[in-house]
Design a protein around this ligand. Sequence first.
Ligand SMILES: [Fe+2]
Length: 294
Amino acid sequence: MLTEELLDKPKYKEITGVDRRTNLSQEEFLNEYVKNSRPVVLTDAAKDWKAMKKFTPAWFKEHYSHINKNINGVNYNMGDFIDMMLTSTAENPAPYPYNFNVEKVFPELMKDFLPEVIYGKIDRINHKLMPKKLLQGTTVYEIFLGGKGSSFPYLHYDALFMHTQITQVYGSKDFIMYPPEQTPSMYPFEDNPKFSQVNFLDPDLEKFPLFAAAKPIIFTLQEGETLLFPSGWWHTTKITEPCISLGRAQLNGYNWDNFINDRYVNWKKKISIGALPVLAYGKVVGGIMNAQER
Ligand SMILES: [Fe+2]
């Protein structure tokens, strides 16, 4: 179980905030954060992305008003949604999440998110041995647009044990995070252990009493900053101004086995034939990548 593995990592109890680092070398990044399963904000990882300064609400409205997304049974085109996100208030928030798989919906924008942030010694998602089949149905690059007052109130960690990378391309976003050691206070669903039953905006403390004593790390990710944190860290977000974020799922040596196993379990439920060879191949590829990283 991932959470137990993470509990062996040192000193979560001492973490009271998230470090903001600039000009961090790859070695420092690996030794101080990746190896210790600690979150970090990189202030300059996306400074050369073309997306910065280019991707504004007005720009999306101008270029993509024909694009639609359904939220809770209502269809919103990009133009109308942008108007809503710009006038969104805490009392009357724009619908959320207004999110898109970049590779599917905006493949032409992929070049605007370069250079990539590598969360580990190598980027396993874009590794040439990575079987495309393993990523089928998974969103790796995801754009989120949101307005003031929008929130996804359920604490969770990301599907398939992916690590999380979020870059604020426009505006800021508030993060609420809890380290893996506080999992008992999150009351995960029995049949969905990556998802908390607690609505953090309005927690039912009679039903979930341990949540009252859980200690979050709360901070604002500013425009231009990139947050990286490992699988197992509970998180959710709250938006206080119009914002555009790029989410990026990350795979490295620390979550590979959990990812492969979870993939297998999910597939086995849907298709029994074909799941096992992919699992076996995933383990072999993971072994080769481990050797390359040594
Ligand atoms: Fe998430």
